[in-house]
Write a protein of this length. Sequence first.
Length: 108
Amino acid sequence: MPGLTIHSRSSGKGIRRLLPPRLRSRVPPTIKADASYTLLVFTGEVVRSPAVRKAFEEVTPEPGVGMVAAAVNFTEEARLDLADRGVLVISLGDFHWTDKSIDEIRQL
């Protein structure tokens, strides 16, 4: 299971410096500099949906505070879970992984 760092009430302007260096150039223009965000930074190469669901158990949504999730990549199911909650995604890759395909590779 990947690690998780939560940064509460980060400004859109400050998000870039909280990200791992290789993700800093991937911040989308939809993140507004003067807005407030909760930033979830996952470690590991591909984040599966169980890790995303577990992260949501640790975060209390705040009115007026957006949410951003960052990782090298997310599985399709993890991306759907994030989208369902209106979370903006920052990722290095967009290679199509599923929870099942990651499990199958790890069994090899």
